[in-house]
Design a protein around this ligand. Structure first.
Ligand code: NAD
Ligand code: UD1
Length: 337
């Protein structure tokens, strides 16, 4: 019996593969490498000593997926395979709706063919919109402001309908807050293509001297110091949450939603200060206008994941800074080196 990681060569999927293997699971990866590298499979072998079966397929392609299910007895699917750039989704909405929605539909169709009924989905805190934090799973969702976010909410709805229609189906929706950091080996991490849109990869590139300064998008928010506040979580803690989610799905049918976050936030200035202290490199910053679509403050209430799953994040901001920097230093150009 194996777990299929759709999009398993990506940032979160690759870290989840390590956690699953270390927990004794057999893992199979399907990825079209649209935002990742096949080198991840070699790196995962270096970390775990396991040769993970890898299929370079588009998970929207049902025929390709069927072949994976024919080759392996898949007991559950963890679905990471999505396009995730907010700005690109605004420019190319059809690409995003096609990829992100087709992917979940074809996965469910092929799972049904093979009587596989456990599904864990990578959702996002974006479905809470501008809700006053801490965000709790019972809060009403809000229609996200961009097509990427809307595919997350739509996929949550699709999966809820699937579980409603088939009482044997188990769906776990994981709402990620802000994953950062990298595996402590420095062998896998986040490898954005082009100019990073997110805070941490940009920050580490400034520290490496590849970019002159960090733009702080707005210092007039109603927060502790005027800069945006987010709930940053170490990617290895986030990855571990998937192991707990799978165990839960094996014992329960229906839909369950869990926040994966630390439960408190850091402002941009606090992140920069922590990074400078831990890594010992000064980060030049400039105040820039607010970024369109940004909210002032977002952080989770992760109590449900702790109480129901028994999961809790173990790593702190210092660990996140140290591990992100190790990854950056060892792989200045991501997997291209
Ligand atoms: P990523 O881009 O690193 O990983 C996604 C992987 O899916 C990539 O390897 C890509 O090649 C693959 N992929 C995309 N479309 C595919 C398709 N049709 N067929 C096969 N493979 C496909 O992204 P990530 O940061 O690891 O995110 C994983 C998931 O978590 C995504 O669904 C993302 O939307 C969600 N998420 C991420 C964050 C974050 O901050 N990184 C936050 C909330 C939610
Ligand atoms: C963004 C997405 C979110 C997505 C997440 C992970 C937006 C509006 N939201 O979240 O939907 O799930 O990425 O892909 O894009 N910041 C700077 N300078 C920078 C970069 C960021 O000051 O160069 C600030 C932002 O204004 C924000 C914080 O840092 O306050 C975190 O930003 P980011 O890492 O992009 O994450 P989110 O905006 O939370």
């Amino acid at each position: 019996m194996a777990i299929l990681l759709a999009g398993g060569c990506g940032y979160i999927g690759s870290h989840t593969a390590v956690e699953l293997i270390q927990a004794g699971y057999e893992v199979v990866i399907a990825d079209n490498l649209s935002n990742s590298s096949a080198k991840v499979i070699d790196r995962l072998f270096s970390i775990t000593g396991v040769h993970i079966p890898f299929y370079e397929i588009d998970v929207c392609d049902r025929v390709g997926l069927e072949q994976v299910f024919q080759q392996h007895k898949i007991e559950a699917v963890i679905h990471f395979a999505a396009l995730k750039s907010i700005s690109e989704s605004v420019e190319l909405p059809v690409l995003y709706y096609r990829n992100n929605l087709d992917a979940v539909l074809s996965l469910i169709e092929v799972m049904n063919q093979f009587s596989c009924k456990r599904f864990v989905f990578s959702s996002s805190a974006t479905v809470y919109g501008d809700a006053t934090p801490p965000c709790v799973e019972t809060m009403p969702t809000a229609l996200p402001t961009n097509p990427y976010g809307r595919t997350k909410l739509m996929t949550e709805q699709i999966l809820s309908d699937v579980a409603l229609a088939d009482k044997d189906f188990s769906v776990v929706l994981l709402r990620y807050f802000n994953p950062i950091g990298a595996h402590e080996s420095g062998l896998i991490g986040e490898a954005p293509s082009g100019v990073p849109a997110n805070l941490f990869p940009y920050l580490t590139q400034v520290a490496a001297g590849e970019r002159a300064y960090l733009n702080i998008y707005g210092d007039d928010y109603p927060t502790v110091d005027g800069t945006g506040v987010r709930d940053y979580i170490h990617v290895c803690d986030l990855a571990a949450g998937h192991v707990y989610a799978l165990d839960y799905a094996a014992q329960h049918t229906g839909v369950e939603i869990f926040n994966l976050g630390l439960g408190f936030g850091y402002s941009v200035r606090q992140v920069v200060a922590a990074f400078e202290r831990v890594v010992g490199i000064p980060i030049p910053t400039r105040i820039a206008p607010r970024r369109a679509g940004d909210i002032a403050e977002s952080f989770s209430n992760p109590a449900k994941a702790q109480q129901v799953l028994g999961w809790k994040a173990k790593r702190n901001m210092d660990d996140m800074c140290r591990d992100a920097w190790r990854w950056q230093k060892m792989n200045p150009h991501g997997y291209a080196d």
